[in-house]
Design a binder for this molecule. Structure first.
Ligand code: ZN
Length: 114
């Protein structure tokens, strides 16, 4: 499988730099799709473990999430992509980054479960 072989960073000149990150978003989303088909993702999701709340779910209920969102410049790399449950995923979408951090700290703190 060719992966990233078409990248031509050497040809990258300031003239082609786009202030709007549309190209980045398009490219990272395409990479995310490839990643979603990979054995790596299947294994990760197969653990059934949500990266954020650490609860277990049926693998098909886990969704792919970027720790640093693509729209904020995050990459679709194995170090930035995690499996998380739908609840965490939707919370992450509507919380501010700082609120989200607090939430994650709270749910990961031992002995704070109801
Ligand atoms: Zn979760």
């Amino acid at each position: 499988m060719p992966e990233d072989t078409q990248d031509s960073d050497q040809d990258f000149t300031p003239e082609f730099f786009l202030p709007a990150d549309d190209e980045h978003i398009r490219r990272e989303k395409a990479k995310a799709r490839l990643l979603r088909d990979s054995q790596w993702w299947k294994n990760l999701r197969g653990t059934g473990l949500c990266y954020y709340c650490r609860k277990r779910f049926p693998p098909k209920e886990l969704t792919m999430d970027h720790i640093v969102p693509v729209v904020r410049g995050g990459m679709s790399s194995k170090s930035n992509v995690v499996a998380c449950c739908k609840e965490c995923n939707s919370r992450k979408k509507y919380l501010l980054p700082i609120e989200w951090q607090e939430y994650v700290q709270q749910i990961q703190e031992p002995g704070k479960r109801n």
